[in-house]
Structures are given as C-alpha cells and as structure tokens.
Design a protein around this ligand. Structure first.
Ligand code: ADP
Ligand code: MG
Length: 568
C-alpha cells in the first residue's frame, strides 16, 4: 500500500481538542455515547447505500456494534460493520470539521475553559471526544466495497497531527481503538461499560454486543467467554409506548439524532393512524446550530419504514422554515425501496409532512400560549434562536399562515427594546379607539427603526408601531397583509392616512397649508428633479424637518436598499 503519511489537523480541530480535553473532563464517559452514535450512523449509511447496491453487504448483513477491551494492552475498542472510511474519507472526516461557521465559532471563544465548555455543546463534540480518555486513538477502517488490502489506519495522539497508512482488514467497517490514559482503567470493566451504554445508548436500534463474562474461580475474577451478549434494548425507541420511555431516554436519543450535546427544548412523540400510518418523534433544539443559514446543511429528520432506517435528512419531511426540527418519522406504508426521487413526488409524504408541521406548530403554541412562566420562557428562547426561520413560513406555508402569524414576535415602540416579545395579538389588544391598522416600520437596524422620523406622529399620538429590522421582515410583511381582520400598514408608505385617529382640525390645517406652501414644495421638487416623485407638506413629523416616504405600491426604502446591496 501507500507509505505512511503524517498530516496536520485543521487549526480548528486542534483548538477543539484542547478545549474538549480540558473542559469535558468532568463528564468524560460521554465519549462512549459519541463513538457508539457514530458507529450507528455508519451502519445507517451502509443501509442507505445498499438500497442501490445490495452487494455492499457481502456475506455480512447483520449490522451491529461491538465493544471489547484488552486489560493488558489497556485498550478499549468500538467496532462496527457499517459503511467504513476510505483513506480520503478518513483524512476529510477525522482531520477537519466541515461545518460552515466553524472559523467564526472558534474565533468567538474566550479561552476560559469554564465558559467555553458551555459553548462547545453547541458545536457538538463527536469523534474527537475519544481524546478525553485516550492519549492515542487508532482507527482501522475498510470502506464497504473496497478490497481487504485497501483499509486505512489512522492514528493520532490528539496533539497537532495524525498519520494515515494503508493496511489490511478482514471485514468491512471501522474499529476505533482507544489507548487509555493513565487512571482511566475504569473503562476496562464490562460492568462499567454496560452501565454507560444503558444510560446513554440504550436507544440505539442496532444491537451493541460484548462478550459475556463468567466468574473464574482460579483467577478470582470475571473472564470473557465466547458468547455474545447484547447490552442495549436494541429496539426503536419511538416504537415503544410513551409510558415506558423516561425523560432521560428521550433526551439521549435526541443527542444521537441531532448530533447535539445539550438537551432539547421540547419534543412530540405521536403515533398517527388513518389514511397514512406513521410514528413521529420530533424535537426542537434549545440552540441553533452554526449552519442554520447554510442551505446545504443537514435537515435533521430521519426517515424509517417499519423501523428500518431509510435515510437521513429527508428534507421532504419538513418544510424549509422548520429546518431546525430534528428527529425521526417511521412510516408503516411507504415502500422499503423508497428513494429521494420517489419522495419528491409522493402524495403520502405530503400527508406525513402536513401532519408533522401541525404537530410542531402545536408544540410551539403550547409553549407560547402557556400560563406557565417556564413554558413561556422556553418560547422566548425558541424565538431568539429560530424566530427568523419560522418567519419564513408566513410566505412559504399558505395553509398554516394564520397559525404562524400568531406565533410571530416583534419588537415595538411599546417596550422600545430590541427584544422581540410582542405578538400581533398583544398589539391588537393595545390598539387605540378608532385605530384600524397595525402599523410597522422596517429598517436595516433596530436603532434605525426606533429612531425613524416616520414614528414621530405615532409617538406623539401614543400609537404603537412594530419595529422590524431583520432581513426576513420585508418578506413577512410582503406576505402577511392582515391579522385578525386588521391590515398591516407601513408608516413609511403613501400619504399617511390615520383615519379616525386624525382629528378633523388637523386635516383641514394640512389641506390649507398644502395650498399656502405650494410655491415652496414646487421649488424643492424642481431642485430634486427626478430623484423624487412628489414633495408634500406633512403633519407626521414633530421634530424632523423632512423625511422620505415611498408610494403605497412602490418598494419600501428598506427593501430597495436591500436589493441594491444584493446587486439587483
Ligand atoms: P458527526 O457524527 O456529527 O458527523 P463526528 O465528529 O462524530 O461528527 O464524526 C465525524 C465524521 O467521521 C462522521 O460524520 C463520519 O463521516 C466519520 N466517522 C466517525 N466515526 C465513524 C465510523 N465508525 N464509521 C464511519 N465513519 C465514521
Ligand atoms: Mg457523531
């Protein structure tokens, strides 16, 4: 094979390793959860690829994960017969982090292990967590479909570099061998390993096996036998009755499917019967991943058919504006050989997606409308992390527009803070006697919105105005033209007609002045030539001498600026 090569880790990997070793030490056993999670993913990937290439299984079609240890050598090995890694894949996946935003994330770390430990949760720990307990990690892997002499051996001490070389390996899949640090001999104990597996990885659907042990009277210790023993329940968590699943089991399962390190904000677990029969276990994360805005990022919902894994990131199961949702959907009706292409046109999938969306909306409504302060707090947290994504739904999901509109939260002149905590219903409940519209202003920043001269008359009259400064807000008001029968109206558009809110005297005055000052407005208009359509006398200003407004049907100033910045 190719000669041994030594390669350097990507700078961010080095930082991650440092940070992890120092900050996660108090919870070190999670390394096993991460490695078992990867082994399970590798088996899922094999299943998916084998849909189109059954030969990949060879004569080894019983997928499983094995834990074994060698007391004398002080090694612990996690093996799987999943997809495996080629040399190139080992270099790409075990030497770099391929998430967008990685650089920015690492640049934002404080260097204080305590604080950063919390942040690292957001990033996920994964494979590198092996270095919490090992001072050397050896990965021996053979990609499904490659010959036995095309296996790769990857090895690192978790400092700056790693080596790769071609080796032989009898079977398909991956062995991750941990050379334990001094003092970590606890992990060379079957009882200890079993208890960790039951705690963190019981939900893994594949069997996790170990050699059964028996007492040796001569040696006066437990010794391994030749019999395999399955140490997890090895059945699908979502298929169990709710009453038999503990809170912790739901949480650990979430960490596996979502590749997250923290507990989720909430979840729904439901079995749907009827035209389509399926089970859904869907989670809302507590925090946005770094790649939330990356169009190529994972979508997070896994599809199973009758408990058989079909695919990751089944984007047809969730609309884009719910791309933060993680979990599984298990259909009883779809064919086992369903492909992405079939899913794209499947009516059944549409039904399932519709059902999932409704459940997620109910979950969010449950938090948002709860009288329980803790639930409300959760919703506020959700909004901070994912509000801007949910807002997209106003234009994307016509059928659920009303429900989404109720979930929206905005900043407004009522609180005058950046916090988005005003619902449209709150706004309506505070509308003035005679007020018919919901007023808003859009701007590039919160401060620009808050200080907009267009607000002067509203502030004077005590009328609340929504302060919109997120990029997606133009899209929201473009698609949401009314709420609860009240039209949404930009304060920066058209000849401001405050309707019944304007007193007759003011109106008269304005008309009179328009005549009186005609000469002035004509001259201003002339001077500005084609840059403005019209120049008018107004009462909407109390402090500023003048302001720009756009016509009722023209692009708003803010949107025009955004389009120009985008080169359109
Ligand atoms: P994640 O699981 O979130 O992708 P990890 O750090 O846990 O991140 O793993 C990094 C990558 O390494 C995986 O995405 C996968 O490509 C590869 N990998 C890790 N363990 C295995 C394994 N047992 N078999 C095959 N590939 C693996
Ligand atoms: Mg992982």
């Amino acid at each position: 094979g190719a000669p041994k090569e030594t390669l350097g880790f990507q700078a961010e990997v080095k930082q991650l390793l440092q940070l992890m070793i120092h900050s996660l030490y108090s919870n070190k056993e999670i390394f096993l959860r991460e490695l078992v999670s990867n082994a399970s993913d590798a088996c899922d990937k094999l299943r998916f690829e084998a849909l189109n290439n059954n030969g990949l299984y060879g004569d080894d079609s019983e997928l499983k994960i094995r834990l074994s240890f060698d007391k004398a050598a002080r090694t612990l090995t996690i093996s799987d017969n999943g997809i495996g890694l080629s040399r190139e894949e080992a270099v790409a996946h075990l030497g770099t982090i391929a998430k967008s935003g990685t650089k920015e994330f690492f640049a934002s770390l404080s260097g204080d292990a305590q604080k950063d430990a919390h942040l690292i949760g957001q990033f996920g720990v994964g494979f590198y967590s092996a270095f919490i307990v090992a001072d050397k990690v050896t990965v021996i892997s053979r990609r499904a479909g490659l010959e036995h002499n095309q296996a790769v051996k990857w090895e690192s001490e978790g400092a700056g570099d790693y080596s790769v070389e071609m080796v032989e390996k009898a079977g398909r899949g991956t062995d991750v061998i941990l050379h334990l640090k001094d003092g970590e001999d606890d992990f060379l104990n079957a009882w200890k390993l079993k208890s960790i597996i039951r705690k963190y990885s019981d939900h893994i659907t594949l069997p996790i096996v170990m050699k059964a042990e028996k007492w040796d009277e001569e040696k006066k210790e437990q010794v391994a036998t030749d019999e395999d023993e399955t140490v997890n329940q090895a059945n699908a968590l979502w298929a169990r009755p709710k009453s038999e699943i503990t809170e912790e089991q739901y949480q650990e399962f979430y960490k596996h499917v979502a590749h997250d390190f923290e507990n989720p904000l909430g979840w729904i677990h439901a079995k749907v019967e009827g035209k389509q029969e399926y089970t859904q276990l869907l989670y809302i994360p507590a925090r946005a991943p770094f790649d939330l805005w990356d169009r190529n990022a994972r979508h997070g919902v896994k599809l199973y058919v009758k408990r058989v894994f079909i695919m990751d990131d089944a984007e047809q199961l969730m609309p884009l504006y719910m791309r933060f949702v993680r979990g599984v959907v298990d259909s009883a009706d779809l064919p086992l050989n369903v492909s992405r292409e079939i899913l794209q046109q499947s009516k059944d999938i549409e039904t399932i997606r519709g059902g999932c969306v409704k459940k997620v909306l109910s979950l969010l409504e449950g938090m948002a409308d709860s009288d329980d302060a803790a639930e409300k707090e959760k919703y506020a947290g959700f909004w901070k992390e994912f509000g801007n994504v949910l807002k997209e739904g106003v234009g994307e999901d016509f059928a659920n527009k009303e429900r989404i509109a109720k979930l929206l939260r905005f900043a407004s002149t009522h609180h005058d803070t950046t916090e988005q905590n005003v619902s449209l219903a709150d706004y309506v409940s505070r509308m003035k006697e005679g007020q018919e519209k919901i007023y808003y202003v859009t701007a590039e920043t919160f401060l620009a919105a808050k200080n907009s001269p267009h607000l002067e008359i509203f502030r004077k009259k005590g009328i609340e105005v929504l302060l919109l400064s997120d990029r997606v807000d133009e899209w929201v008001v473009g698609h949401l033209t009314e709420f609860d029968g009240k039209p949404l109206q930009s304060v920066a558009k058209g000849g401001l007609d405050l309707g019944k809110l304007e007193d007759e005297a003011e109106k008269k005055e304005q008309e009179k002045e328009a005549g009186e000052y005609k000469e002035l407005t004509d001259r201003v208009k002339q001077a500005l030539e084609a840059r403005v359509k019209d120049v008018r006398i107004t009462h909407r200003l109390t402090d500023s001498p003048s302001c720009l407004v756009s016509d009722e049907h023209d692009l708003s100033g803010n949107l025009a600026r955004m389009l120009k910045a985008a080169g359109q």
